[in-house]
Design a protein around this ligand. Structure first.
Ligand SMILES: [Fe+2]
Length: 71
């Protein structure tokens, strides 16, 4: 590995960790929505679902990653 490759590898690791964290948050919010709905609190359930959707939404349709993936 060259010195020039290290920032790319670290960036990809950070992106993968962030994606995993956001995905887990999405799952947790969906679970909380299920619990709220089962408890009869539809408004809270919908709030959790809306929050869950935000965890996995893209900032814009034109977002791209210009950093090449390491070999
Ligand atoms: Fe988040």
């Amino acid at each position: 590995m060259t010195t020039a490759q290290r920032p790319v590898i670290k960036t990809m690791a950070n992106l993968e960790a962030a994606f995993a964290g956001e995905s887990m948050a999405h799952i947790k919010y969906r679970y909380f929505a299920k619990l709220a709905r089962e408890a009869g609190d539809e408004e809270t359930a919908r709030t959790f679902e809306a929050t869950a959707d935000q965890e996995v939404s893209m900032p814009s349709a034109t977002w791209t990653c210009s950093t090449p993936r390491p070999p």
